[in-house]
Design a protein around this ligand. Structure first.
Ligand SMILES: CSC[C@H]1O[C@H](OP(=O)(O)O)[C@H](O)[C@@H]1O
Ligand SMILES: Nc1ncnc2[nH]cnc12
Length: 294
């Protein structure tokens, strides 16, 4: 049995998590470089929580400069089994209005200058991203939103752009016509790396704007996002507290297979594996690459 530890990644406007008790802060070193910030360990009720602001405190890091591998590796080293990723996002649907929380269940990756895998030459792996969000974790988030009276929608496709500039009008209407629901700059490769690290993942995408496609709304700017986020942050914190209060003590098997994503993913023959890469994979893939499996 594995103890459940809930990781919360804070996005724009969410740089701390009030309500944590027994707080301890630790700078966790990883073979992939430095995480965005120190990890904050604590509890809500009986549930162990690890909090990490993805842009760093003070919002130092641009989406392209976040070390996503270091962040996920550090959370894995901290024992995190489930991640709730908080993100501001733009909306492509009139009914997905600012203030609404979308429990995303699919992602489209349009990023192009980020390290998006832990694996590579010397240890090749292909995990499934067919169902990137843990359905049970999403159910728990929906129940927490319901209980807190936070307006939410279950399901939606998040397109992740490189940024840092917002989309052009042509890009915005293209994404809208492709049927995507929301847009942001950070869920990829975070979700991919979480899957490789066998951590169950879900995004709570908080709508802050209509990007720039909407004829009755002006183009998004940071002031709009910050203003809406001020209202969203308090709701997000309540939702997380509610989620944590009812969280199971032991890790639940994930119907999407995130707890055993590496069982059948590794292609490289043991004799062809690079010991230096294997050493870097100690936290992420230790379960399948550890001494028992060599
Ligand atoms: C401040 S608007 C753009 C910024 O907000 C979102 O960040 P996060 O996903 O960390 O909440 C978006 O992805 C951009 O990074
Ligand atoms: N319209 C938008 N595009 C990309 N990222 C965002 N984050 C918040 N709003 C956004």
């Amino acid at each position: 049995m594995t103890k459940a530890v809930l990781g919360i990644i804070g996005g724009s406007g969410v740089y701390d998590l009030p309500g944590l008790t027994d707080i301890r802060e630790e700078a966790v070193a990883t073979p992939w470089g430095e995480p965005s910030d120190t990890l904050r360990f604590g509890r809500i009720g009986q549930t162990e929580i690890v909090f990490l602001p993805r842009h760093g405190r003070g919002h130092r890091l641009s989406p392209s400069d976040i070390n996503y591998r270091a962040n996920i590796d550090a959370l894995k080293r901290a024992g995190v089994t489930d991640i709730v990723s908080l993100s501001a996002c733009g909306s492509f649907k009139p009914e997905l209005q600012p203030g609404l929380f979308v429990l995303v269940d699919q992602y489209v990756d349009r990023t192009h200058r980020r390290e998006s895998t832990f694996f590579g030459t010397g240890c090749v792996a292909h995990v499934s991203m067919a169902h990137p969000v843990g359905p049970r974790l999403a159910e728990r988030l929906a129940a927490a939103a319901e209980a807190e009276g936070v307006p939410y929608r279950k399901g939606g496709t998040y397109v992740c752009m490189e940024g840092p500039q917002f989309s052009s009008y042509a890009e915005s209407i293209t994404y809208r016509h492709l049927g995507y629901d929301v847009i942001g700059m950070t869920a990829m490769p975070e979700a991919k790396l979480a899957r490789e690290a066998e951590i169950t993942y879900a995004t709570l995408a908080m709508v802050t704007d209509f990007d720039c496609w909407h004829p009755e709304h002006g183009a998004v700017d940071v002031a709009d996002v910050i203003q809406v986020m001020h209202g969203n942050t308090e709701k997000a914190r309540r939702l997380v507290a509610r989620l944590a209060a009812g969280f199971p003590a032991e890790r639940e098997p994930c119907p999407a297979g995130s707890h055993k994503a590496l069982d059948t993913a590794i292609m490289t023959a043991p004799s062809a594996r690079d010991p230096a890469l294997l050493a870097k994979l100690d936290a992420v893939a230790g379960r399948v690459l550890g001494p028992k499996n060599a």
